[in-house]
Write a protein that binds this ligand. Structure first.
Ligand SMILES: [Zn+2]
Length: 386
């Protein structure tokens, strides 16, 4: 038996109705989930963000103690600004077997399926606990879930396996890449643009650094090859750049953000080291001839660890059994699974929807995918049934 499709849709519509873009509060969504769980006599614990504007939620069905299966999803979504769309992103809209709305795929669809299954988890006497984990700030470097994980085995039970329901089209994912996010700041010297030799052009130096990053990236692509991943090598990408104040001033400052998505087996930190060596050799000596204040500094602003499930992972074995899949896959995007695994909780990624629709304009999840997820959760109930 699975939970009714109409209930999943109703819950998904409510969840999509909360604008939980990462930059905004998710407390209204958390309060809704709390109340919903309470209506099914499931207590939950809020783990607020340091500023109190957001919160994680941790709920346990079926008793207390360590062990049990965690069902984990993030509540936040990427922004919709600048994306063309045919319907309001916070109103769930059905068209041709697809349910459109921001977060429908990534990953409110999974949360709706889990919540709709709570009555099933409650009515059966399960021999193991089921934990519902809802996090914040996943889209901005998986930062929200970290204080929650730090409490595993202390005042929160430590699940024996965690299923992270990111959109995988219900495929079983047992590995993903790592991300390191960097900010490079170039300091030069201002001058009138009619006398550029008196200044140090920070934008020109930054441009040379960006070109060098492309060169480093191309060299890495030639060196590495792991066919589990697509692309089969680590990648480097510059995301933003800003600098300068006016067209007639030699710019003093320029800053750009970039990231490395590396294979789990790659040595982290090589790209910033190579970039620093290039700056030291090719740029800084000339810049410092004009001003001693010239500088190129790279800061590591965030890291999301790679995820590699152990060969004997209980979580992977469980997901393979529940889906009936014969093999696992690896992906190039990151999730909270690496952090869970690092904390000693075997994890697996498996959830409804296609990652191609996540973050995209007109994001949707298909009804078929939600049905597959409901069947997966019904199998979990059967597996855990006494
Ligand atoms: Zn996601």
């Amino acid at each position: 038996m699975t939970a009714p499709q109409s209930k999943v849709r109703e819950l998904l519509a409510t969840l999509v109705g909360f604008d939980t873009t990462s930059s905004k509060s998710n407390l209204a969504l958390i309060a809704f989930v709390e109340d919903y769980l309470k209506s099914h006599r499931v207590g939950s614990l809020r783990i607020p963000s340091p500023d109190g504007v957001k919160a994680n939620l941790f709920a346990t069905i079926g008793g207390s103690g360590n062990g049990g299966i965690g069902l984990s999803g993030h509540s936040d979504c990427v922004p919709v600004e600048g994306q063309r769309r045919t319907s309001d992103p916070c109103t769930l809209t059905a068209r041709d077997g697809k349910l459109y709305g921001r977060g429908s795929c990534d990953m409110k669809g999974f949360l709706a399926c889990v919540l709709a299954s709570v009555p099933l988890f409650k009515t059966r006497a399960l021999k193991e606990l089921v934990h519902v984990i809802v996090s914040y700030d996943e889209q901005v470097g998986c930062t929200g879930v970290r204080p929650l994980i730090a409490r595993f085995g202390k005042d929160l039970p430590r699940p024996r396996a965690i299923i992270v329901g990111e959109p995988t089209s219900m495929q079983v994912i047992d590995a993903h890449k790592r991300i390191d996010v960097y900010r490079t700041r170039v300091t030069g010297r201002e001058a009138h643009s009619s006398l550029p030799a008196l200044g140090v052009n920070a934008i020109s130096a930054a441009a040379a650094l960006v070109c060098e990053l492309d060169r480093i990236g191309a060299a890495v692509a030639k060196k590495e090859n792991d066919p589990h991943f697509e692309p089969p090598y680590s990648t480097i990408s510059v995301g933003t750049i800003k600098g300068g104040t006016a067209g007639n001033i030699v710019p003093k400052l320029c800053e750009f953000q970039w990231q490395v998505r590396s294979l789990p087996q790659a040595t982290p930190g090589e790209a910033p080291r190579e970039l620093a060596a290039f700056a030291e050799k090719a740029l800084l000596p000339k810049m410092k001839q004009v001003t001693s204040e010239a500088a190129i500094e790279t800061t590591d602003t965030n890291t999301v660890p790679a995820f590699v499930a152990r060969k004997t992972s209980e979580a992977v074995a469980l997901a393979l059994k529940l889906t009936g899949a014969k093999e696992t896959q690896a992906v190039s995007y990151t999730t909270e699974a690496g952090l869970f695994e690092q904390a000693g909780c075997p994890s697996v990624i498996c959830g409804p929807g296609d990652i191609a629709q996540a973050h995209a304009a007109d994001e949707f999840v298909s009804v078929e995918q939600l049905d597959a997820c409901m069947a997966f959760l019904a199998e979990l109930v059967r597996e855990l049934g006494a």
